[in-house]
Ligand binder design. Structure first.
Ligand code: SF4
Length: 235
């Protein structure tokens, strides 16, 4: 059995959410069941990029991760695309036996038994601006599958007021999940330089909205990697 891999890169820092700032090697899976309007990883989603993806065994991915990490255990983040389309159980088993930690970020549309072997399961339901519709039963199944993971958190990207209000309702469905909000980056084109002030303004707006509402549940964070490297890939 092989995995469809769009890219493996690092070590670098995790740029967002619960593990922000943590040294990480990223394994980006190819393929996604969603087509979010503002997806910043279309090279791992759109089948037009399929020829750039590599079929690798779990052992080959593991060798690459070890090589990048210099054999020193760190966090491996499974991202995508939607990594839940594929079976990352064998890779996680190899890594955990060597002391590596595993995180997975998925929208919560497909539950997998290997979620239980994760250190951190990041469920990132997509708000209305994505153009997608969340299946909350599937989301609950993902939570259940990850029940034995060390921790499960929810992360939501916010582009506008509608997304913000939606995030409140999403949180109300799962109030026990630690919640992370981040402003969306509308400039995902590789050739378009990001505007740091515009990103800061979005973060300020989101922060102020939550404070005005006395909504203290979420942690509100920027996308650190976008502030540092813009839309550059593989960093
Ligand atoms: Fe892109 Fe994530 Fe949406 Fe898939 S779920 S299309 S990877 S933003």
């Amino acid at each position: 059995m092989t995995l469809r891999i769009a890219e493996i890169f690092g070590p670098t820092i995790q740029g967002e959410g619960a593990l922000i700032g943590e040294p990480t090697v990223f394994v980006r899976a190819g393929g996604c069941d969603y087509r979010c309007a503002w997806c910043d990883s279309m090279h791992a989603v759109d089948s037009a990029f399929r020829r750039d993806w590599t079929r690798m065994s779990a052992g080959a991915v593991w060798e690459k991760v070890q090589d990048l990490a210099g054999g020193l255990p760190l966090t491996v983040s499974l991202s995508g695309g939607n990594p839940a389309i594929q079976d990352f159980g064998p890779l996680i088993a190899l890594g955990r036996a060597a002391g590596y930690r595993f995180a997975c970020e998925t929208q919560g549309s497909i539950a997998r038994p290997w979620f239980a072997e994760l250190d951190t399961l990041v469920l990132s339901p997509k708000p209305p601006s994505s153009g997608e519709t969340v299946d909350w039963d599937a989301f609950a199944a993902c939570r259940e599958a990850g029940r034995r993971a060390l921790r499960t958190v929810m992360k939501i990207v916010i582009f506008d007021r509608t997304d913000y209000e939606w995030a409140k309702r999403a949180h109300a469905r799962h109030p026990d999940l630690p919640l992370y909000l981040q402003p969306g980056n509308p400039d995902v084109d590789l050739d378009t330089p990001v505007d740091p002030q515009a990103l800061a303004d979005r973060l300020g707006w989101l922060t102020q909205a939550a404070m005005d509402d006395r909504w203290f549940a979420p942690r509100i964070l920027p996308q650190l990697h976008v502030l540092i490297w813009g839309n550059k890939r593989g960093v």
